[in-house]
Design a protein around this ligand. Sequence first.
Ligand code: ASP
Ligand code: MG
Length: 419
Amino acid sequence: MSTPLVFKFGGASIKNAQSMHNVASIIGRFNHRPMVVVVSAIGKMTNAFEEIVSKWSSGKFEEANTKIDAIATFHQQIINELFADPTEINEQVAAIISSIQAGLSRQDMTYSEGYDYIVHHGELISSRIIAAYVGIEEPTVWHDTRDLVKTDGQFRRATVQWDETSRAIRSNIVPDKINIVQGFIGSCPDGRPTTLGREGSDYTGAVFAFCLGADSLTIWKDVPGMLNGDPKTFANTQKIDALPYNEAIELAFYGASIIHPKTIQPLKKKGIPLHIKSFKDPSLPGTTIGDIDQPEPTVANFILKKNQILIQLSTKDLAFIAEHHLSAVYNLFAEQGVVVNLMRNTATRAMFCIDNDAIIVPKVLPKLTRQFDIELTSSVELLTIRHTNEEDEIRETGGLDILLEQRTPYTVQFVFKRF
Ligand code: ASP
Ligand code: MG
């Protein structure tokens, strides 16, 4: 088998029939085989599935069913536009819709298990539609990623079991075809569906690329490549042509949302280049992340994380913050899945800037309060500048109420509140 090409298409690239057609024509430009195409759920469907989860978990089954009907209709309209003869794809999608409905009556699932059960159907449907549509022109095979990506049983943030996954992927990818798979999903050892965390399909792309020793991974986006900041937030952003793996890992870590943070590491391990290209204009060169020394061009990078909460802890007995305090806090955070974006401690205080997750934070706070005096500042934002210079800093932070600032040789971070 020659080394595969792996493509990943996210929700925005397949948001309607026209975009699906565009994706099929991009795939049609490449005759490299095998090709593996990882797809997300259509458009904002994962959010729609999350609404079903919320109805299901609060026992509002009728409302959940109404939402499932709306999702079925939405997909049906796309199918009607794409297919002259939709008989087979209709049957496949109908089976997936029944499987979602069947989940509603199950009382035996925890919230997180039920979440994965319901939400993972979005990728099953989109990948079926893409496979059927691409299959009209090209030899195509659809795989069930639950049989390929094996994970542990941590629902909503499952960890890939590399050995089993690698074996399953290698023995199932068909060399002379376009292999269509779902991003974001997998299954745990007893077969129940799991997910890898929101926006996890990029990571799935890296998992397939790694296991197959792929030629490259290409993530197709609605932007011409990676920019040095989100253009919706920052003025005068610039496109980055090339970026070393380590720099991309740092940027993703600080919250550059263009790629899922876990995506780069497996690629780096095998020296597989990652291309970020525009599905709106595939002829543009995009950005390449790989084994290179210097970013091209060398510019400062700006990353803003919104919806953060700043937690300041001090001991109840006025003791200094010591290692055992921090270790207790981090154990709790690890157990509950808290994402710490910045941490700093002084003699009597430990400060954590964390994602203000609506489910996790309310669970963690009472536990912290038992052990520490806590002070909370909600609705804060975290600005990170990599390769900063004075001019950039003054421009970006002028007039902000900075609550915390942290500096390392290449990076400066500001926690602030906007008024
Ligand atoms: N559909 C999933 C999500 O929206 C996974 C992904 O898009 O990467 O989170
Ligand atoms: Mg998505």
